[in-house]
Design a protein around this ligand. Sequence first.
Ligand code: G6P
Length: 366
Amino acid sequence: TRIDKAGHKHFMAKEIAEQPTVIAEALGHYLSAEGEISLPEPGLDFTSVDRLTMVACGTAYYACLTAKYWFEQIARLPVDVDVASEFRYREPPVPARTTALFVSQSGETADTLAALRYCNGRADRIVSVVNVPESSIARESDLVLPIHAGVEVGVASTKAFTCQLSVLFILALKAACDRGEMDAATLADHVSALRSLPSVLSTALEANQEMQKAALKLAEARDVLFLGRGLMYPLAHEGALKLKEISYIHAEAYASGELKHGPIALVDKTVPVVVMAPRDALFDKTVSNMQEVMARKGRVILVSDKQGLAEAGDGAFATIELPTVPDAVTPILYAIPAQLLAYHTAVAKGTDVDQPRNLAKSVTVE
Ligand code: G6P
């Protein structure tokens, strides 16, 4: 198949826009028409799993960090997450009944592959979540979970991230069912939340202009902070990573609750602060952190839903409204502004969006 930009200015823009379609494709591979979860052979029964160790690099690492919240909160399964370059040389003990899970778009990242090889013979089984089923990481796994995102050309990962999240969320639901942590009605609710994603993401993509406007502010900045709590914390990291990768602006992510332990010292009127805050159980906590930023004249870009913006949007420099979705799937939806803010900032700065300096799509050497 010929790979072109399909009318978009950049591959990254095309790949961002493709997300409703590729997520629907991914869901179709893992959910039956009746809403049952089906994994590829040989499958995975979580009744024999006491611990999950997840290892990855870059954006895939933030997908793992997000999944930790799902596995722990929904399936009550303990999870360790590590970046591959640290994991492989720390040589951590691997307790009995551990499943090791590796996430990699390319399936060829050298550190991730080395971490996988370390786990071979130590963990009960090796599972991988990859976009390239013929890759080295897939070949050396006991169970391969393809994300079905299609070829991703832009160096900064976008559609692979949301497809990784979708597959990992389904895996967490499977774990919850196997471990007796979820009844049929709750599972059905989660499945319908997943199935609403393609249309909800399409709606989010329509907020493009608001994001473009906010990005003009980001493009002037030297430093940008991203804040989030709970499921929005890993996503804040992903937003900061995207921004630095393609716009070369220094960006840092913090758990909102850590604001007062350092980053608040950086805040003044020159520092935009992107706050990812759906109206969830932690919303009020995040809002109070956001108000501390505003009190120091930080320029807040608040990403939330209708109710969240009505309650807390006053005083924000810019607001971005997303559809209201069940809490568990917010990371998949809030990935859109994380990506588009970075994209429009890079376009405003005139950087090479698809081929950022010094970066490679696939890091096959150490
Ligand atoms: C590189 C890419 C990132 C990617 C990371 C991990 O740094 O630029 O976009 O997230 O590698 O790649 P993988 O193929 O293992 O997901």
